[in-house]
Design a protein around this ligand. Structure first.
Ligand code: SF4
Length: 313
């Protein structure tokens, strides 16, 4: 929902940037209400184009489309800037989701059996962290909120856990506050301390530490399975923040040296339909790690680029 104040703020920013023709990107959850924003901007003499492509992160800036449409600015709603260089100006309009995690946290506090805690979340809930810090400190816990580069304090991305990892030596556990398993699971895979997930949607608190072992076992199984196959596709995304040609080249060389058939598969976003009829057995992902969530739909072995080194062991 774009309340009046937010719409006026956006208009002010656009006017300050002297934008007259704008491509707007919104995450799925805001698409419905974005028409209201479009109406408001059009009434105020801003020519708008609304991108209907799915948008999961600031890695996915639709700069090329904006240029093709003759736009002078890209308005990217819902994610924060993580430093992508662009040829046209971008306004990042972060979108906070109102939340009050304290009653839920208080209810589950007994399960949070560690004293030094690092708080982590996604951009939509960063604004809640200070309240959580105060609450936990009042209960005798020591609380840390990490930072890294352009990320906000405590913010993680599914492809960047550096703000949490910077604190790993100082804390006993991590507390992720938000919704969806993708981020806390990814974090648990990349740190050795337990990750607790306070799920604001399902209203529970789960310790993911056991998942770490399970994920590692699954990874080894995927690698073992991949060894049996010959046809490997390297997934390369053309989204500006996901394009990783260097990584793809490394994977290609490595697989060739293992005697595999290698195909560089290029897509904005790879979906199972795009592979129909192709004899590819294993996908090696150099793009967004989210693809792993869809492995069942792909019906193929999916490896991360880093797993390639395990193939020869
Ligand atoms: S996790 Fe995926 S969608 Fe999110 S910022 Fe990283 S590459 Fe983009």
């Amino acid at each position: 929902m774009f309340e009046r104040k937010r719409k006026e703020d956006i208009l002010k920013k656009l006017r300050k940037a002297r934008a007259k023709r704008v491509l707007i990107q919104v995450p799925e959850g805001l698409k419905m209400s974005s028409l209201d924003l479009v109406d408001f901007l059009e009434k105020n003499k801003i020519r708008t184009f609304l991108s209907l492509e799915p948008c999961f992160g600031a890695c996915d800036l639709r700069e090329r489309e904006a240029k093709d449409l003759g736009c002078d600015l890209l308005l990217h709603i819902g994610h924060s800037d993580f430093g992508l260089k662009t040829k046209i100006p971008v306004i990042y309009e972060e979108y906070e989701i109102p939340c009050d995690p304290i009653p839920l946290l208080e209810w589950h506090l007994g399960k949070l059996d560690c004293d030094r805690i690092s708080l982590v979340t996604t951009i939509q809930f960063v604004h809640c962290l200070e309240r959580v810090r105060k609450f936990l400190e009042s209960k005798g816990k020591r609380v840390f909120i990490g930072s890294s580069g352009k990320l906000k304090g405590g913010q993680i991305l599914g492809c960047n856990y550096s703000s949490a990892k910077s604190l790993e030596d100082k804390v006993d556990c991590f507390l992720f506050i938000g919704s969806g398993r993708f981020h806390p699971l990814g974090l648990q895979e990349s740190v050795k301390k337990p990750v607790f997930f306070l799920d604001l949607e399902k209203k529970n608190l789960t310790n993911f530490f056991r998942e770490r072992e399970r994920m590692e076992t699954l990874r080894i199984m995927r690698v073992q399975k991949a060894k049996e196959f010959r046809n490997f596709g390297i997934v390369i995304s053309t989204k500006p923040g996901q394009l990783n040609l260097e990584g793809a080249e490394r994977v290609r060389k490595k697989l060739r040296s293992e005697g595999k058939n290698v195909y560089a598969l290029v897509a904005d976003q790879l979906t199972p339909e795009k592979l129909i009829g192709m004899k590819i057995d294993v996908l090696v992902n150099t793009a967004c790690p989210r693809i792993r969530e869809d492995f069942e739909q792909f019906g193929k072995v999916i490896l991360d680029a880093e797993d390639i080194d395990l193939l020869e062991q």
